[in-house]
Design a protein around this ligand. Structure first.
Ligand SMILES: Nc1ncnc2c1ncn2[C@@H]1O[C@H](COP(=O)(O)OP(=O)(O)OP(=O)(O)O)[C@@H](O)[C@H]1O
Length: 250
């Protein structure tokens, strides 16, 4: 579980996040949603320690991440897997080297054990026998799956994904969403996904935080999101024609 308590972050005189609290539970796919520029990525970066909040607390299973000493910070960082926007694989490394990378830098595991682990996660994302292929030789969806394999290879307890579907067609996007949700449940990971993709929201939104105007404007799940009564959220949810049509029928 990750608890975000009263998180506030400004850049110079511009407040981006103001007193935001949220609880992301283990084994759930948690989403941070909001319009472009609302501060989703800034929130994620505060949670993983890439930005330092002006005030507030971030607790990883009760452990205070912001005020942690170096050893505890390292311990928590080792438990975090990240799927960056655009996949962000190393172009000069093959699939196996990309997936093995966190084990190379974070562990002292023997090489054969690392390879076993790499093959296990590649199998889980249905990419067995692609070890020697280069990122440029595989499709965008496959690249994302390599990214997911890399994010969980070190048995991550926490998984962060920034716009995991960017650049993918709708069908591939749904497959990636489903894979993230399955892995989250199977390995009981606390997963946090930043997205503005309504398909993802409806498909995997077990807990959703909606941010806008620097505040948390709503929290809930995909069953409740269409009836939030929050104007800004309605504008976000019903931005596309299909969702408006769906509302008029329901
Ligand atoms: N390092 C920074 N320095 C100053 N301002 C920043 C910095 N990073 C982000 N911001 C500002 O914070 C605000 C929120 O940005 P953020 O990238 O979190 O939005 P977002 O909701 O993730 O948007 P998108 O969906 O378009 O990616 C923006 O106004 C942005 O300019």
């Amino acid at each position: 579980m990750i608890e975000v308590k009263n998180l506030t972050k400004s850049f110079e005189d511009k407040t981006v996040l103001n007193d935001i609290s949220a609880t992301f539970e283990q084994g759930k796919t948690n989403l941070i949603i909001g319009a472009s520029g609302s501060g989703k990525s800034v929130m994620l970066k505060n949670i993983v320690g890439l930005f330092k909040p002006d005030s507030g607390e971030i607790l990883y299973n009760g452990r205070d991440f912001i005020n942690a000493n170096r050893d505890l910070k390292t311990e928590i960082r080792r438990e975090i897997g990240m799927l960056f926007q655009g996949g962000a694989l190393f172009d000069s490394m093959n699939v196996e080297q990309n997936v093995k990378f966190p084990l190379d830098v974070l562990t002292t595991m023997p090489e054969d054990e690392k390879l076993d682990r790499v093959n296990t996660v590649l199998k889980r994302v249905k990419l067995e026998n692609t070890n020697k292929r280069m990122p440029s030789e595989i499709s965008g969806g496959m690249q994302k799956r390599v990214g997911i394999a890399r994010a969980i290879v070190n048995s991550s307890k926490y998984l962060f994904c920034d716009e995991p579907n960017s650049g993918l067609d709708p069908q591939t996007s749904i497959k990636i969403d489903q894979l993230l949700a399955e892995i989250t449940d199977e390995y009981q990971i606390t997963t946090v996904v930043v997205t503005h993709d309504m398909n993802s929201v409806m498909e995997i939104g077990e807990y959703i935080v909606f941010i806008g105007n620097t505040k948390k404007l709503w929290e809930g799940n995909s069953d409740d999101i269409m009836h939030s009564g929050v104007q800004e959220l309605d504008d976000f949810v019903f931005a596309n024609k299909m969702m408006r049509k769906f509302r008029s029928l329901s």
